[in-house]
Design a protein around this ligand. Structure first.
Ligand code: AMP
Length: 457
């Protein structure tokens, strides 16, 4: 088993990794860090949860020249959530060195403040392709000193229609740059991208993680008409605290979430047609236990910062076995027992056969009539979300919200859940039975000395 000592990292980086609790490299780190440090191009197959961010982040930081005030590394991510997550991880790793500036540049927020931040200089930029292109066009982002570009979750960026944007951005970087590509799957367009933009890449495409995880899987054959009943029966039976139901299209997501809600289940759709603020609100409620069921497309669910789910449901089989593996890899993380269920109609059987042939073994089928016979018991949330009209720009911090709830409002701290602060509003989860009380008390209280507007989402 390898150790971080084997890589010739700086002493400061090694002690920072110690502090972060990284005792030994994950498989992807052991394979990707050495060529990355040596300045070589790398193609890596890695999923969220494999330690991929540090697999490229450690090398980026070690190779940086802090005295050179220019963008030396660019990380492209498919979504703002992933970019935020990656930037946060890189900042933690960058504590090993002084004065390294990491900037995120994503769409969905005003461009003006980003231009201001860029004018102060940054060493590492993490962003989404569309917004990076905007800055390149405006000349507010200059990449002529760029040493390394990372394409994180390259397959998802393709799925989201960023192929041209990625090519445009790559063509505006110095030809001598290092190019690191990370992708969970490896479809043809990704191979082409690698051929075109990488030089003799070191291939570290070992599949890791999911295979060794503890995921129990079950498949059910069901007619299209009974599918929604079967999904409700399964949810009733398992009563998950959190669950993603994967659908193929946006329309299916909307219809499924609507039907589930109509039957008393707490469910929300997540897909690419949502406005950023609606997306934020859905993710907040899913993340803070006030909406247990998320009905999502593959594209929309990518980049979600979700630790581990007790249950993943495929309302339809995934397009191919790799996507299937990626979907079910959201359960059974971090040593927990995971459970994944796939529904398939008789005409979709060939997709399951492909999974079996990739795995070299048969899947396990459940008894659909027994499932359909189980009693209905809608899945409802443990928490409710309050939305407070005041956020980061009003200098509201999580502590202020917690203080207002536990202080004047008299809500016990144990009944207060996750607090998410955005620029102009914040969300706080409160135990369902106490939500009305919390609302009325907050409405009459103050935060930062001011009266506040509050509503239940
Ligand atoms: P990622 O796949 O980059 O999203 O990382 C998943 C999680 O694993 C993050 O919370 C990291 O902080 C953590 N992590 C990454 N590398 C290591 C390591 N070598 N040892 C322990 N934890 C790690």
């Amino acid at each position: 088993m390898s150790s971080f000592k084997d890589f010739g990292l700086s002493a400061a980086m090694r002690s920072n990794l110690d502090q972060l609790g990284f005792e030994r490299p994950t498989e992807i780190q052991a394979r990707a860090i050495p060529p990355g440090l040596a300045g070589q191009d790398v193609i890596a197959m890695a999923q969220t949860g494999s330690g991929k961010t540090a697999a490229f982040g450690i090398g980026l930081i070690e190779r940086l020249r802090p005295r050179l005030f220019a963008v030396q590394a660019l990380v492209l991510c498919p979504t703002r959530e992933l970019a935020d997550q990656v930037a946060k991880a890189i900042r933690e790793l960058a504590r090993a060195r002084d004065n390294i500036k990491v900037l995120t540049l994503c769409g969905g927020v005003a461009i003006g403040p980003q231009i201001g931040s860029l004018s102060h200089g940054a060493h590492i930029v993490v962003g989404t392709p569309g917004r990076i292109q905007d800055h390149l066009r405006k000349g507010t982002l200059v990449l002529d000193r760029l040493a390394t570009v990372v394409l994180d979750e390259a397959d998802r960026m393709l799925d989201m229609g960023f192929q041209e944007a990625m090519e445009d951005i790559l063509s505006r970087t110095p030809p001598a740059r290092q190019t690191l590509m990370f992708s969970a799957t490896w479809p043809e367009p990704i191979r082409k991208l690698s051929e075109q933009y990488q030089r003799e890449p070191v291939d570290v495409r070992a599949e890791s993680g999911v295979e060794n995880r503890d995921i129990e899987e079950c498949f059910y054959e069901v007619s299209p008409e009974r599918k929604i009943d079967a999904i409700m029966a399964l949810l009733s039976q398992r009563q998950p605290s959190s669950c993603i139901v994967f659908c193929t299209t946006k329309q299916q997501c909307d219809e499924m979430a609507e039907t589930l809600s109509g039957h008393g289940f707490s469910a929300l759709p997540l897909h690419g047609d949502l406005e950023q603020r609606d997306r934020d609100s859905v993710l907040v409620r899913f993340g803070n236990q006030s909406c247990p069921v998320l009905v999502a497309t593959d594209v929309a669910a990518r980049g979600l910062d979700i630790k581990s789910l007790p249950l993943v449901i495929n309302a339809d089989p995934a397009r191919d076995p790799e996507v299937h593996t990626h979907r079910i890899g959201r359960t059974g993380r971090a040593g927990e027992q995971g459970y994944a269920v796939t529904f398939c109609t008789p005409s979709q059987g060939h997709k399951i056969s492909r999974i079996e042939s990739v795995r070299g073994r048969e899947v396990q089928w459940g008894d659909t009539s027994a499932l359909l016979a189980s009693p209905a018991e809608p899945v409802t949330p443990a928490m409710k979300t309050l939305c407070i009209a005041g956020g980061r720009k009003d200098k509201v911090r999580p502590g202020d919200v917690l203080g207002a709830l536990t202080g004047e409002a008299g809500i016990p701290g144990s009944a207060v859940g996750k607090i998410d602060v955005f620029d102009f509003q914040c969300f706080v989860a409160v135990e369902k039975s106490l939500a009305a009380k919390a609302l009325s008390r907050l409405e009459n209280g103050r935060i930062k000395g001011r009266k506040i507007r509050v509503r239940i989402v």
